[in-house]
Design a binder for this molecule. Structure first.
Ligand SMILES: CC(C)(COP(=O)(O)OP(=O)(O)OC[C@H]1O[C@@H](n2cnc3c(N)ncnc32)[C@H](O)[C@@H]1OP(=O)(O)O)[C@@H](O)C(=O)NCCC(=O)NCCS
Length: 142
């Protein structure tokens, strides 16, 4: 049975440690994104989302900027394919609705486009490259 996942959200000061742990493992170590690009000035203004398991082990994270720009969606490799990413994204979407945003958007790594489509996002515009990785713009309108 899948572990029960709880997704919490708050500011960078509250969740910096948890988010950095996931993002350093996934984006910097695994995907070779330079560390200085990975942690940026937007972290201070973003809301951060962290998935914990029942023993309070961190499994995944995401962030959302005030304008609904979602980013840094990541699940630690051993926990992928069990719905953790979906749980994080559902928490982000619920929070965006609660804040009264009309839509949310993100730059999806091309391999993850089907993951976001399952959550209702639609690709728009031309593909682009960021940190050497091909991406698509995607949006979910409420
Ligand atoms: C993308 C990512 C966040 C998905 O998290 P996850 O916890 O594995 O996703 P879930 O288990 O909730 O998957 C939900 C659905 O999306 C699908 N899916 C997940 N990752 C996918 C991928 N990379 N490609 C295609 N489909 C994917 C799953 O098959 C699942 O479908 P199902 O419900 O029909 O079985 C995770 O794979 C990850 O951290 N990858 C590395 C970092 C990354 O690329 N982040 C995205 C940046 S834009």
């Amino acid at each position: 049975m899948a572990n029960a996942i709880t997704v919490e959200h708050g500011d960078w000061k509250t969740y910096q440690h948890e988010c950095e742990r996931v993002r350093l493992m996934v984006f910097v170590a695994e995907q070779k994104v330079p560390r200085e690009l990975e942690m940026d000035e937007h972290d201070a203004e973003a809301e951060h989302f962290v998935a914990f398991d029942s023993r309070r082990m961190v499994e995944g994270c995401a962030r959302m900027l005030p304008d609904g720009h979602i980013g840094r969606v990541a699940v630690l490799r051993p926990f992928r394919g069990r719905g953790v990413g979906t749980a994080v994204m559902k928490a982000v979407i619920a929070r965006a609705k609660e804040k009264g945003l009309a839509s949310v958007y993100l730059g999806a790594q091309v391999h993850a486009v089907p993951f976001y489509e399952k959550l209702g996002f639609a690709a728009e515009g031309e593909p682009f490259t960021e940190a050497g990785i091909p991406h698509r713009h995607m949006r979910l309108t409420f």
